[in-house]
Design a binder for this molecule. Structure first.
Ligand code: SAM
Length: 315
């Protein structure tokens, strides 16, 4: 069985990028009245504790959400000269206009008491917050413990038939929902890439999904790690989109060098995940402009060294 648990990674820089992009896409797709189907093929547990053992052990949120909130709390609030905001509360990100990153921070804040960041909403809860009553959400989670936790967490929403949870393989499970009756769908594919076969399975899933439902919006998160498969994945997805005659967008964020370092005792320290990306097939036309603002803000606020950078390309 898999050892990956998203509780170790919740709120890290990869979640900041993925959830900011996801929200920007959903906010656009929910403007049209027609019902939207959202399928989250790798849903995780739904809600995470940032003050729990998993998050505290990994410290990953310190390089993501918590770094953002600390920095934006310390930065002067937009339009209010000299204001530093409440300590630990979400002061606006230092940007002249409302941004996708600010929307993300506001979303996380809405799950927490003012000025505290104990709870982190995973993709199922972020998606649910943005859906209308007539939209539908299908969640797949294969890890038995996380699937049970997800079911219990979703149960608290009393969402009835709006949300369905499946303790099944999301790559396979997607098929039965495409094409959706409303002809509008967003698919989030966010595997852990714990096993190498996840890379070709993502490509096969998107390829088949495009054949079943060519106008759906497909969002794939991927890690950028020293492994050829991870760098090949966005290239393969780009080729797929181009072959299918579909528009695409690729956004990646790098927060630090991926070279091995040494700690004070001279022990080799692995840098952990330093970069990741989101690839979107059929992105909303508004997404690129929003990410063009948000990505430099992420680099500025999350970047740890001269390697901090972003890529934003589309076609
Ligand atoms: N999407 C979540 C979020 O943004 O909050 C995080 C998901 S986490 C990166 C990936 C999850 O996929 C893990 O919880 C893992 O147990 C689950 N998983 C792995 N293989 C799967 C599969 N074939 N089908 C469904 N879930 C799977």
């Amino acid at each position: 069985m898999f050892s990956y648990r998203h509780a170790f990674h919740a709120g890290n820089h990869a979640d900041v990028l993925k959830h900011t992009a996801l929200m920007a896409i959903l906010q656009h797709l929910t403007q049209k009245d027609t019902a939207l189907l959202v399928v989250d093929t790798h849903a995780g547990a739904g809600l995470y504790r940032l003050d729990g053992d998993y998050a505290q052990t990994s410290g990953e949120a310190d390089e993501g959400l918590l770094r953002l909130t600390a920095k934006t709390a310390a930065a002067p609030a937009t339009g209010k000269k000299g204001s530093t905001g409440d300590a630990g509360a979400n002061a606006p990100v230092p940007a002249a206009r409302a941004s996708a990153l600010q929307a993300y921070l506001d979303m996380v804040a809405s799950f927490n008491a003012k000025g505290r960041h104990r709870v982190y909403p995973g993709s199922p809860f972020i998606i649910h917050q943005l859906l209308r009553e007539h939209d539908r959400l299908k969640l797949f989670e294969l890890h038995p413990t996380d699937a049970r936790t997800l079911l219990a967490n979703i149960g608290q929403l009393n969402a009835g038939r709006q949300i369905e949870v499946f303790d099944q393989d999301g790559f396979e499970g997607l098929k039965k929902f495409l094409p959706p009756p409303s002809r509008r769908a967003l698919v989030l594919c966010d595997p852990s890439y714990e096993i190498k076969s996840d890379y070709p399975r993502v490509v096969a899933m998107v390829s088949e999904a495009l054949q079943r439902f060519a106008t759906g919006t497909y969002v794939v998160w991927y890690p950028l790690i020293p492994r050829p498969e991870s760098h090949d994945l966005p290239r393969k997805l780009k080729n797929l989109a181009i072959k299918a005659g579909k528009s695409w967008l690729n956004a990646s964020l790098n927060i630090k060098s991926n070279k091995l370092g040494k700690d004070a005792a001279g022990e080799v320290v692995r840098p952990g995940l330093s970069a990741s990306g989101v690839f979107v097939v059929n992105p909303p036309h508004t997404l690129k402009a929003l990410l063009k603002d948000a990505l430099p803000q992420m680099v500025e606020l999350l970047g740890q060294d001269q390697h901090a950078s972003f890529v934003l390309e589309s076609g």
